[in-house]
Design a binder for this molecule. Structure first.
Ligand SMILES: [Zn+2]
Length: 136
């Protein structure tokens, strides 16, 4: 799909709604369109100490607006566990490289599992992709 002004407006509103729903309203979340590896639609870099995150999305691999919003929501959910990234990085400074490799792999599996469960929960609660439910 192509990025345009309408998509930028939709994603901005969407991110603000989901920041509220995920209790990460105090985070500065930027969205950047870029080229990622094949089959990687999005990724998220976080700086928990500054409460800032950069969501990167490969819009050329995304078929429509619905999928774009799902990818953004997925990446926003990774911000919820951002402090565990800090913990992992602090611990890994003291580990030998081969152990860091294993640690990274286990961390990634755990992080994706957590986000998948959050997505499942949100879908079960019938909060649709627009986050239309009460925001209080
Ligand atoms: Zn993920």
């Amino acid at each position: 799909m192509k990025e345009n002004e309408a998509i930028r407006a939709v994603t901005k509103t969407f991110i603000n709604r989901w920041k509220h729903l995920l209790s990460i309203k105090d985070w500065d979340v930027q969205l950047r369109y870029t080229t990622l590896d094949a089959d990687e639609l999005g990724c998220c870099g976080v700086e928990p100490h500054h409460k800032s995150a950069m969501i990167m999305v490969d819009i050329n691999q995304i078929k429509d607006k619905q999928e774009l919003l799902e990818v953004i929501r997925h990446e926003l959910m990774h911000i919820v566990h951002a402090h565990f990234n800090s913990y992992r990085q602090a611990v890994e400074k003291h580990l030998p490289p081969n152990v860091v490799t294993v640690s990274d792999e286990i961390f990634s599996i755990a992080a994706e599992d957590l986000v998948l469960k959050l997505e499942h929960l949100v879908n079960k609660l019938d909060i649709n992709i627009k986050g239309r439910h009460d925001e209080t």
